[in-house]
Design a binder for this molecule. Structure first.
Ligand code: C2E
Ligand code: CA
Ligand code: CA
Ligand code: CA
Length: 278
């Protein structure tokens, strides 16, 4: 407990000190992991209304001492420490290498790959050039690469964001607005953004079948997408009932456990191609 001493340390209790130490340990471990490339991408399938695979979202995993850590456990720290810039570069490079590999397989070559981008990464000078470089190095069709941005990233600096997005779109790269509906989203500002897709946040899908206000929100998002000429995809689709309702409301692209969890690349490719023939 603090007793109002001059020594700032007295404001910390042991629990806080432990927390700080654990954080410092984790930051050190994260730095090493980045140097040693101890990350891998998992892939979650995205399908159309016929259930056909159209693409994937790449989701980063950290393999630490044999166990997988999910991004919720380290992406926020990577963002606070700036390490997200190096991690994000690795993710982009790895995703483009994957698209390159898929180009060689007739069953995989039409798949798009969506990559999550952090605010610091998107707003760093030279981000567009980094994307251009990765696309060129791996000789991929830029239209197959999708960058997932959140409204928060865009609202940080709308003028700069619009410019960067326009440059990316001019290259042919696609942009999806992730977690859509959770932020501030008026048609007024959306129409200024050079987007390809709105991604309906999973929080609206969870109770969609029973919750009338979620239905109203999803209906509105789909109408917004339509009036802006954008694709729309729903994430977090877990049941056939959710999928059926989404289709009825006019959403024809889906991602969620109903179709597949994020999995290692070999499992993802098998999911798309079917089991190897004997
Ligand atoms: P997100 O971009 O919104 O990704 C969707 C999250 O929902 C993923 O969690 C995914 O595994 C999970 N999910 C997918 N389908 C379902 C479903 O049907 N039901 C439920 N309950 N969940 C589902 P994950 O992989 O743990 O990633 C969490 C977040 O970490 C992502 O949220 C994204 O914000 C961030 N992230 C992941 N990979 C990267 C990356 O490479 N770079 C950056 N900057 N952020 C990343
Ligand atoms: Ca995402
Ligand atoms: Ca999302
Ligand atoms: Ca999210």
């Amino acid at each position: 407990a603090k007793q109002g001493g001059r020594n700032g340390m007295r404001f910390f209790d042991q629990g806080m000190q432990d927390h700080i130490n654990a954080r410092a340990d984790m930051e050190r471990a994260l730095r090493i992991a980045i140097d040693l490339h101890q990350f891998e991408l998992h892939y979650q399938i995205q399908v159309d209304q016929h259930g056909r695979a159209r693409g994937a979202e790449a989701l980063v995993r950290w393999r630490a001492d044999g166990k997988m850590m999910s991004p919720a456990q380290f992406v926020p720290l990577a963002e606070e420490t700036g390490l997200i810039l190096q991690l994000g570069s690795w993710v982009l490079e790895e995703a483009c290498a994957r698209l390159r590999a898929w180009q060689e397989d007739p069953g995989l070559r039409a798949l798009t790959l969506a990559v999550n981008v952090s605010a610091a990464q998107f707003h760093q000078p030279g981000f567009c050039e980094q994307v251009r470089g990765a696309v060129a190095r791996h000789a991929i069709d830029p239209r197959l690469l999708k960058l997932e941005l959140t409204e928060g990233i865009v609202l940080k600096n709308v003028e700069v964001a619009v410019q960067s997005m326009a440059a990316l779109r001019a290259m042919g790269v696609r942009i999806s607005l992730d977690d859509f509906g959770t932020g501030y989203s008026s048609l007024q500002y959306l129409k200024r953004l050079p987007l390809s897709q709105l991604k309906i946040d999973q929080s609206f899908i969870r109770d969609l079948v029973n919750d009338r206000s979620d239905q109203a929100i999803v209906t509105t998002i789909i109408a917004m997408a339509r009036s802006l000429g954008l694709d729309v995809i729903a994430e977090g689709v877990e049941t056939p009932e959710q999928r059926a309702l989404l289709q009825k409301l006019g959403c024809f692209h889906y991602q969620g456990y109903l179709y597949g969890r994020p999995v290692a690349v070999a499992d993802f490719e098998q999911l798309v191609l079917g089991p190897p023939s004997a």
